[in-house]
Design a protein. Structure first.
Length: 312
């Protein structure tokens, strides 16, 4: 119980600290978001009126308390750029990012684990060389460049999809998912290569241990040993990496969204940074932080389930 209480307290403390740092950073950054929203020709009176309306002229502590109180009630403020609630702006973009992320995670799982398990049986030097060549090639390619390659080969040459031809999910969900498959694949391939290497190395390391030889001597077949013993122990280092990878994918792949012209949180973040729309940028940062913190919390609980040596 002490373990869980400690983790939950750490979770809330970290989230509060991120919230405070993000709020502080946007208060001290040079530039007036109200001035940018109204335009350079706006009068000082109009700028002051907008700042008062949005609470930008309040003292720091009062503003922060008001902001936290608003978040607890689902209010992240008003967008300076769109002139409507931040949650409404994000709500229109979040499903695109989440659909792409979940599709990428699904592709990673169905590719990485079977390939990692199967390639762990490779012992021939030539096979090792071929595996290493392909694996490191995919690991070395960033997701955004993988997106460019996929767009060039499957979009422009083979015509499997129309680059930039995103279909809104609320108009045609199946058509949307077919288009999102390609950016999801661009995100998934490099991470799959990393995960395959980790799974393969973990299994090969476990197969050399004494308990495997003992299990074999007792007449257990290799499949049973692999499923009941080897996989459980080999997954311990994989869990941490997989959790970090999921957090990264769910937080959004900004450059990949730009490559495929997706109206997700990544493209929104880039555009609103340029527009100095700090309420929106701040909300997206909190979403990213919250996602990473929650995933890490789940990873800690899962890690404890696999490794009993973790202190309770």
């Amino acid at each position: 119980m002490k373990f869980y209480v400690k983790k939950i307290c750490t979770l809330f403390l970290t989230l509060f600290l991120v919230m405070f740092l993000a709020f502080t950073a946007f208060r001290i950054i040079p530039g007036n978001s109200a001035q940018i929203a109204l335009g350079l020709d706006a009068s000082d009176e109009d700028v002051a009126a907008l700042m008062h309306e949005r609470g930008l002229d309040k003292p720091f502590l009062e503003s922060f308390v008001s902001y936290v109180g608003g978040l607890l009630h689902g209010d992240a403020g008003i967008s300076m750029h769109y002139d409507k609630p931040v949650m409404e702006v994000i709500k229109g973009r979040l499903p695109v990012t989440l659909l792409t992320a979940f599709l990428a995670i699904f592709l990673i799982i169905i590719m990485a684990f079977p390939i990692g398990i199967l390639t762990s049986a490779i012992k021939h030097p030539a096979g090792e060389t071929v595996f290493t060549l392909f694996n490191q090639s995919f690991m070395a390619v960033p997701s955004f460049f993988m997106g460019i390659i996929i767009t060039l080969i499957f979009g422009l040459i083979l015509k499997f999809f129309s680059p930039g031809g995103y279909i809104p999910y609320n108009e045609d969900l199946w058509g949307c998912m077919k288009y999102l498959f390609w950016p999801a694949l661009a995100i998934a391939l490099p991470k799959t290569a990393m995960l395959v290497r980790l799974i393969r190395t973990g299994i090969q390391k476990e197969l050399t241990k004494d308990y495997v030889r003992t299990a074999k001597s007792k007449g257990n077949n290799m499949f049973r040993i692999l499923v009941l013993h080897v996989m459980k122990n080999a997954m311990i280092p994989v869990i941490t990496f997989f959790g970090m990878m999921i957090a990264e994918v769910l937080a959004g792949s900004i450059v990949v969204e730009k490559v495929f012209s997706l109206p997700g949180l990544g493209t929104l973040l880039v555009s609103e940074i340029g527009a100095r729309d700090y309420p929106v940028v701040q909300a997206i940062m909190l979403y990213i932080a919250f996602t990473v913190i929650i995933i890490n919390f789940i990873v800690d609980l899962t890690y404890k389930r696999f490794d009993k040596r973790v202190n309770v």
